[in-house]
Design a protein around this ligand. Structure first.
Ligand SMILES: [Zn+2]
Ligand SMILES: [Zn+2]
Length: 250
């Protein structure tokens, strides 16, 4: 005998509920703390992304609202050549862990859930651009890690905002790790490390994309190469950066 009407209805109910959960339980947990409110819960938003704070226009770090430049940049220690910079969140706590996992545990897919908020943040702080340029890794580092985290962020923005990816910025010289180096040493370390060898970027306004901004020395060296190749302006955006008044950590 076939199913009774009652069994069929019960089965249909189950199927319907499963379908419903596929479509409607899109409510994912917070990617940082696991709370019931994704992709980033209110608590984490306030803790790490503090939208009401400003961003230092020159180095991107989080600053008090209405402050244009952080004290370091006022003293001329910020990256030159960058028209405007912005870090999305404060590089600390769970946000720092998240980026660290993405980078060193080879989990670029972690970022996928953040495409929309990342896009919104970039547009909030920077004027639209003609293209996205990821900060390159040296081929040796790339081989070690398997992917370039800056490229992952740039592709995310590419899909989310429809801005073209610009290839051709290359790291031609391996550099020492920057941790522990002072700004002058970092600049020296990065001198001539980047070169642009792609299709013409003459007159273009570009967003330089990285995962973390620390002193901005890398951005400065990249921006120099892009401007030398004819770019009109270079803006910078990163997932995370320092916060004024709190010690910068790598
Ligand atoms: Zn959270
Ligand atoms: Zn600054």
């Amino acid at each position: 005998m076939g199913q009774t009407m009652g069994q069929m209805l019960r089965e249909w109910d189950m199927i319907r509920n499963n379908l419903r959960s596929l479509w409607y339980e899109a409510q994912e947990p917070c990617l940082l703390c696991g709370a019931d409110e994704g992709p980033i819960c209110k608590n984490c938003q306030e803790m790490y992304f503090t939208l009401e704070m400003g961003r230092c226009q020159q180095c991107g770090k989080l600053v008090e609202p209405d402050v244009e430049r952080c004290a370091d940049c006022e003293e001329g220690k910020g990256p030159q050549e960058i028209t405007r910079a912005a870090a999305w969140g404060h590089y600390t706590g769970l946000w720092k862990d998240f980026i660290w996992n993405m980078k060193f545990k080879s989990r670029p897919l972690l970022l996928r859930g953040l495409a929309h908020p990342v896009g919104e943040a970039a547009l909030r702080y920077l004027p639209a651009s003609d293209g996205l340029v990821p900060v390159p890794l040296h081929p040796e580092r790339l081989a070690e890690r398997g992917f370039n985290q800056a490229e992952v962020v740039a592709s995310l923005l590419h899909w989310e905002l429809g801005l073209p990816l610009v290839q051709g910025l290359e790291r031609v010289r391996p550099t020492h790790r920057q941790v522990g180096l002072r700004r002058g040493e970092r600049l020296e370390n990065l001198k001539g490390a980047f070169i642009f060898q792609g299709a013409s970027i003459q007159g273009r306004e570009l967003w330089l994309i990285d995962d973390v901004i620390t002193t901005g020395a890398t951005l400065e060296a990249c921006a120099e190469a892009l401007l030398e190749a004819g770019a009109r302006r270079v803006y910078a955006f990163a997932l995370a950066g320092g916060r004024e008044g709190q010690k910068a950590r790598e």
